[in-house]
Design a protein. Structure first.
Length: 214
């Protein structure tokens, strides 16, 4: 009885070992397939991350260029106002006042001459009144123009030039802040994406080393 059971026992052991070996081979093959797929997926992810970095750098160059252009334009406007427009605006307003004052003098002289002429020539009262009233209206309008020209100078000296300079200063400050913020944002984005790329490279190296060991 004992001798009849020995071959069956050895057959069972041999069959079990064969099954175990087969299962091990299948698991190893399946593991290699999974590892190869993981290597391929990680390689694709790395290439996509590197493409994103290339796109990011190109976009950041354009944004930085635009921000620097905006700052240069704001600084140019401020320098132009400080060195030229600020003084020349006042000069232009004073010239306008002189012209209006000259016109006022002309209107005053014209009215006086008309009064003398009509008195000397004894023209009809209706005609004299029409001409004189028109000259008087012209003189009144010219007096208003002189007052308005003076008011423009006062407004410019008291409020206008200050408001204009403040607006230009604010534009320069805003452009500088925008550029600084943009540069910080760009640096943060690059660092974050670079870290992601480094992690992918390290992981891919580990996978390939594991694949080589097997």
């Amino acid at each position: 009885m004992l001798t009849s059971r020995v071959p069956f026992f050895y057959i069972f052991i041999s069959y079990s070992n064969s099954m175990r070996l087969t299962l091990t081979l299948l698991l190893t093959c399946f593991g290699n397939l999974l590892l190869a797929q993981e290597v391929e997926d990680t390689s694709k992810e790395l290439r996509l991350a590197e493409l994103r970095m290339t796109s990011l750098l190109a976009m950041q160059d354009l944004e930085s260029h635009d921000a620097k252009d905006s700052l240069a334009a704001a600084e140019y406007d401020l320098n132009l106002f400080t060195s030229f427009a600020k003084v020349n605006t006042e000069k232009s307003l004073r010239l306008d006042l002189l012209l209006e004052q000259d016109a006022l003098s002309d209107a005053t002289e014209e009215l006086e001459q008309l009064k003398i002429m009509y008195d000397n020539n004894n023209l009809a009262d209706v005609t004299a009144q029409m001409v004189l009233k028109r000259a008087e209206r012209n003189l009144a309008r010219q007096m208003i123009s002189v007052e308005l020209a003076k008011s423009e100078i006062d407004k410019w000296l008291q409020f206008g030039q200050f408001r204009e300079q403040q607006m230009l200063n604010n534009a320069v400050t805003s452009a500088k802040l925008n550029l600084t913020s943009l540069q910080a944002e760009h640096t943060s984005s690059r660092v974050e994406l670079s870290a992601e790329i480094d992690d992918l490279k390290a992981y891919l190296a580990e996978l390939r080393a594991e694949s080589s060991d097997e």
